[in-house]
Design a protein around this ligand. Structure first.
Ligand SMILES: [Zn+2]
Ligand SMILES: [Zn+2]
Length: 292
């Protein structure tokens, strides 16, 4: 394995104090101490975060503004078009290579898959591959009609991680400018992504967190965001031992959503931390026959 820039410590002095990654990295380190079983996953996450934040700091503000724009609730069309995402393709290729390096170093990527991803990073068609990934994930019914192969799942995951610096930058800049009071959809109003996590805020509202851009939006507190089953007798809910996290498992589509319970106002949801802290809950949900 070649040494890459990702070997730099994530909290090097160039990072200003108080930036979000500092808090996430600090929480991940605490998690390692509290739950040594999660140490490898936390270390991998710290490296992925470092790579993402370094690229994200170079992403320019998107040129679109979207002031007070309302996403189209009926067509469920997200407002951010692929052409409006400020992607520097050499940075994107770097991000893919670094992501693959980190996953490989932590043994979550087989050598053959690693080689395929590295080849993709060099492929002249990469822009078209990413555009298709961005646009097809907008179709909420896709999962039912298009059961994905291992290769497809893996590619989706690597593209999701590699696009995050660009999409998170867009979410940071554009999501606060959208008029979302009428948005009742389970998909991200900005980029069309699926929710990966949820946050229960101090007002006891449930916000969904986009797996692609990490933006948040309000959604019904019970309804399954994957199949929109709203029958609460068909939603199985359980919490982690410490009560900080909750799972909503759907007995219709058998998918589940995890949430950080922030009703006590202790902190906001931190996707990078909470997704690792809840790995034991994933195991519990999968054991009960649900899938993420
Ligand atoms: Zn999004
Ligand atoms: Zn469902």
């Amino acid at each position: 394995m070649t040494t890459t820039k990702t070997d730099l410590p994530p909290d090097r002095p160039a990072d200003r104090p108080g930036r979000p990654e500092s808090r996430e990295v600090k929480e991940l380190r605490e998690l390692k101490t509290a739950q040594p079983d999660l140490a490898a996953a936390a270390d991998m996450q710290i490296e992925l975060l470092g790579a993402q934040k370094r690229i994200q700091s170079r992403v320019p503000l998107p040129s679109a503004t979207f002031d007070r724009r309302k996403p189209d609730n009926t067509g469920r069309r997200p407002v951010l078009q692929f052409k409006d995402i400020p992607i520097d393709w050499s940075d994107f290729r770097l991000m893919i290579r670094q992501t693959a390096d980190i996953l490989r170093r932590f043994e979550t990527l087989e050598l053959a898959d690693y080689d395929r991803i590295q080849a993709l990073a060099r492929d002249g068609q990469i822009e078209a591959v990413v555009a298709t990934w961005y646009e097809t994930a907008m179709a909420p019914a896709r999962r039912k009609t298009d059961p994905r192969t291992h290769e497809r799942e893996l590619l989706d995951q690597v593209l999701l991680l590699s696009m995050r610096p660009f999409l998170a930058r867009c979410a940071e800049a554009l999501l606060p400018r959208l008029e979302l009071s009428d948005w009742r959809q389970p998909t991200c109003p900005l980029c069309g992504g699926e929710p990966e996590f949820a946050f229960i805020n101090p007002a006891a509202e449930r916000l969904l967190i986009c797996g692609r851009c990490t933006g948040q939006w309000r959604f019904d507190p019970i309804t399954c965001p994957y199949c929109e089953n709203a029958d609460r007798t068909r939603i199985t809910s359980f919490t982690s031992r410490d009560g900080r996290y909750r799972i909503y498992a759907c007995d219709e589509c058998h998918r589940y959503l995890k949430a950080f319970d922030g009703r006590d106002g202790s902190r906001p949801a931190l996707l990078a931390v909470d997704s690792i802290a809840t790995l034991p809950l994933d195991a519990a949900a999968i054991q009960r026959g649900y899938q993420s």
